[in-house]
Structure formats: C-alpha cells, structure tokens
Design a protein around this ligand. Sequence first.
Ligand code: SAM
Ligand code: 2KA
Ligand code: SF4
Ligand code: MG
Length: 210
Amino acid sequence: MLQKEVQLAVEKGEMLPLMEEFYTIQGEGYHTGTAAYFIRIGGCDVGCHWCDVKESWNAELHPPTNTDLIVANAKKYADTVVVTGGEPLTWDMTLLTSKLKVQNLKVHIETSGAYEVSGTWDWFCLSPKKNKLPVQSAYDIANELKVIIYNKHDFIFAEEQAAKVNPNAILFLQPEWSKKEEMTPLIVDYVMNNPKWRVSLQTHKYLNIP
Ligand SMILES: C[S@@+](CC[C@H](N)C(=O)[O-])C[C@H]1O[C@@H](n2cnc3c(N)ncnc32)[C@H](O)[C@@H]1O
Ligand SMILES: Nc1nc2[nH]cc(C(=O)O)c2c(=O)[nH]1
Ligand code: SF4
Ligand SMILES: [Mg+2]
C-alpha cells in the first residue's frame, strides 16, 4: 500500500500500529489470573514518568497492521482479548472491536481514558493519570477503576477519581512497580481502613510471564 493509503487506513482504524500480541494470564485488576490474548497498540502522549512500556509511546516505531490479521490471530488462542498499549484510545477502536465481537470474543480494554471513547467493550478498565485526566464518558462506562500508587499523595488522587467514576465500578489500588516495597504495606493498611478499595498487584511480573 502507498504511504498515504496506510495513513488513511490508520485514521479509519482499519489498520493499527501493533507493538506486540501475546497469549498470557491477565496479571492485574478484576480479571487477574484468567487467560487472555493481549494486543498492544503503539502510541501514547500521556507521558507517565513511571510507565513500564515506554517503548510503546512512539507509534511510528510500530508497523501499521490490518485489523483482520490481528483478529485472526486472537481467535486462535483465547475467548478473551485485552486491548492495551500505549494508549489504545489514541485510535479509533470501532472496527477492531466490532470485528472481535463478530468472532464472539470478549473484548477488554486497559486505558487511561484520556481520549474520547471509541469501540464497544465488555470490560473497561480505567487507570486515570494526573497529567491527562479521563474524559467523562470513560468515568461513566468504567467497570473497574485502577489507580497506581507511586507516593502518598496518590491515595488522595485515588479518592478524587473514585468520586468521579460511576458507582458500579470496582475500585483497585495498584503499587507502582519500582515503589512496591514502600507502597504495598501502605496500600494494605489503606484497604483495611477503607474496604471499598481492593488491592491489585502486577502478578505477571511475580510469575515472570509477559
Ligand atoms: C502500560 S498501561 C497501557 C494502557 C493505558 N495507557 C493505561 O495507562 O491504562 C497498562 C496498565 O499498566 C499500568 N502501569 C503502567 N506502568 C506501571 C508501573 N510502573 N507500575 C504499576 N502499574 C503500571 C497502567 O496504569 C495501566 O493500568
Ligand atoms: N500479564 C499481563 N497482564 C496485564 N494487565 C495489563 C497489562 C498491560 O500492560 O496493559 C498487562 C501485561 O502487560 N501483562
Ligand atoms: S497512559 Fe499508559 S501507556 Fe501511556 S505513559 Fe501512562 S501508563 Fe504508559
Ligand atoms: Mg503491562
């Protein structure tokens, strides 16, 4: 395809800058411990200084990939697909999610919610970031709210975000990986004192799996 055609296809969400895809165990949040096929889409402008996939940020490093190909791979492995990134809502997710639904796959997203919601989601994991807060529609449809705890102020941020999210969202506090020795005990205390919250750990990193 010509470069212009590729660009247009990406704009329409027919192609997406694919960084990697892998079959693994969901490591975080509500669905922890369950098998899922992960699709990691490149591109993110949010800029979290502790981000554990900074290689994803520059979309130009990741080849525009036809969504039909992504879906064909996904359906070979699992009945659940997790779309992550980068920030997947940088792109129009309408086509990808409708094609995954045609294959009867359950479609989950990991997102900061910083950009307008596109696509249809069976599970919407919202992980808000201070530098680029979620749009209202993300708060409205979130099934879980997963706040990363890097320092003590993040508990205040977590309560502010819990006040904005819809009342059915399940609330999680997850230690930032490099600060986990310091923050995990504080999270444990916080959850015991404020039991509307649950603990989420990045269990895949303890298991040494992707
Ligand atoms: C890499 S992000 C990609 C999806 C989306 N951009 C987002 O931030 O939700 C996937 C998940 O990992 C979390 N995360 C990223 N870096 C982390 C770290 N160093 N420690 C703990 N969680 C982290 C994010 O908050 C998010 O919930
Ligand atoms: N196993 C595993 N679980 C995850 N849950 C969210 C992840 C992500 O990077 O979005 C992730 C990931 O990278 N690996
Ligand atoms: S929004 Fe997600 S992908 Fe983007 S920098 Fe933050 S953690 Fe990384
Ligand atoms: Mg990850």
